[in-house]
Design a protein around this ligand. Sequence first.
Ligand code: C2E
Ligand code: CA
Ligand code: CA
Length: 741
Amino acid sequence: MSDELIIFAEEDSNDSDSLANTSNARPWKVLVVDDDKDVHEATKFGLKGLVFLNQPLELIHAYSASEATAILSAESNIAVILLDVVMETEHAGLELIKVIRDDLQLHNTRIILRTGQPGYAPEIEVILKYDINDYKNKADLTRTRLYTTVTAAIRSFSEITAIDTSRKGLERIVHASSELMSLHGIRELANGIITQLAALLGIPAEGMICFKTNPDPQMNADDFTVVAASGELAAGISSQSFTVEDANIRAMLSDSASKRRSVENEYACVLFFPSECRNDMLLYLDIQRPLEDTEQQLLEVFCRNISVCLDNATILDRLHNYAYFDSLLDIPNRVSFANHIDKMMQKQVENQVIILIDIDHFSGINDTLGTESGDELLRLIANRFSSFLPEDIFICRVSGDTFGLMGPQESLIPKNISDNLSKPFQLFGDDLSISITQGFYVLKDANISGTNAIKRANIALKRAKAIVRGDAVEYTHEIERETHQRMLLLQGLRKAHAENELYLAYQPQIDLHTGRINGLEALMRWKTKSGTMITPDQFIPVAESSGMIVPLGEWVMETALRDLEYLEKQYNLNLQMGINISPAQFRHPNFLEMVSHKLQNLTLAAEQIEFEVTESVAMMDTEKVREILQVIHDSGARVAIDDFGTGFSCLSYLETLNFDRLKIDKSFIDKMMSKTTSTHIPEMIISLGKDLNMAVIAEGVETEEQVERLKELSCFEAQGYFFGRPMELSQLKEWIENHIA
Ligand code: C2E
Ligand code: CA
Ligand code: CA
């Protein structure tokens, strides 16, 4: 059958340019460029009613190359151009091709050249270089031929476009994924996803991302928490609860969540992102038009990629959480505390105070009740804080049993805090009461960093713990200076111990019946290389609070026993050696082990050793103390109470705990200087000793008068400058030699 000729004249031109009005699908745009009106009409007629791949055709008409250029610059997605070669000029058509490909960069648009002159053909070069789809003689364009030519071109256009869209889309996805990977936190990621997706589909960023709060799809399907929303959708979110208010959107979200896959209708789609690490994520996107196949495929790829980003962001969130939150109590940690202080300082918020709060004897609670109870107590304390403190107070855990607070001075009053925390806690059904020690710093110095502010509060806290446990201390520069001094002192002490700058001095103890020496007290001495004496009153407290006293005490015991062995060999006086034991040593778990080790292979009788402890030892766990005393007594050694009368007011422990001797504190002996002054306390101590079957020795005896009065009160043991000062071994030998004669 011969080709049906195009009959130009017969056609009426009343038809609309849209050749198929039946479908509202996006039409294929075909641009007809020709300076001959008849050709336009003939083309219109030839392509009338054409629907290809379910889409109608839309003809656009240009009558010159320049008009065509204008249209091409304004219209997007022109599938095919039917282009006349000869128009304004002989090469106007060919020049237009250059504009289309080179200037306008339209590479997907198919071009069909048409010429009226039989025998005229454009240079082959042009066809190759500019990707010309077809070349037709106008006379050849029968309806059927036109049909075939145009549909072939459209098919080619749609394929090229699809490939191009996928390629660009994939490039975008790769780009988007790497962009999104670098975003920290879910919220930022969610915003990024909406933006990238909108760009991918070439639509405005109207979307929201939410998590299904209840992971069980059978349960209330309306539980979604929005993490990000953009455009007009942001307005439809309740800002307090971050819930979705639009019923249609909610229905679509529920549908997607229950099917666990993406769903769409002609206006919107919900993309479903399963997550390994957290609740599944859903993205609602306003698309305003049905998605094309290629777009749908791209979305699938996108979703797979984004799920990886999502898990990645979740991990980052967790890391963030680890870095800034206390995992046990789920409140901010020290790092957050410092950041918060920095922020408040930047904002120049005035009247702020930071408080560090330490739970007294927390390690004891942990030891006796177990760490589980300790953890629970910390939780209860954290809850207690939020129950009575105003909302604007920053609450965090700084370390183990130390909490940090920051807020306006008027709402953070130490007394109020300790009152609230002194009310009992219900710890697994039992009442437990605690006390706290606080150090606080009022942020007056506007230039201080968060870290340094915390350091200052900590200096105050340490001071409070050292001197007023249960109370609060405010940071001052003075305290900091002293703290610094103590630190230097401690460093010096360590060095002194290592470099043998420490030695022992021995003070004689006298039997007042005979006036003879019957014992010694070992007292530590520190003489620096430059010859300066540093007194025990300066360095012992530092050694005690730092724990340094434990190795020092061991050295004292070793040295004192070795010297006593030596003295016994020399003089055979059966002397007793008093060794001071500070509470920190007594409490130390290895104390008994250390003692029994030192007592082994000793040529002395254990009875010759007397440990001096202060009354504060009696405040420790009675059972523990009784046990230690028992072991010491079993070994044969003795225990005296030092500085008796100055410490613990309740004396009942004397009946339950077994001590051997009371040392009357020097302050009471000082008051015995004149005959008129009272001797009530020494008298009482002496009779107490008698009643409880304990020996009594007077300390700090400096005068003959004191000696006489002690004898009158039947105290027959004494120690003091009156008899002899503490002396180093060589001097002591001299002293002994002068006194035993
Ligand atoms: P303390 O155990 O009460 O020691 C008695 C203190 O009184 C000694 O001071 C001693 O030199 C001083 N003293 C003795 N007789 C007189 C006197 O008649 N008049 C005056 N004014 N003072 C007298 P020292 O040696 O300065 O020691 C001070 C404190 O340091 C000791 O008090 C003791 O608590 C502690 N200490 C000293 N050596 C050691 C030790 O090796 N271990 C432990 N844990 N503490 C020690
Ligand atoms: Ca002593
Ligand atoms: Ca004493």
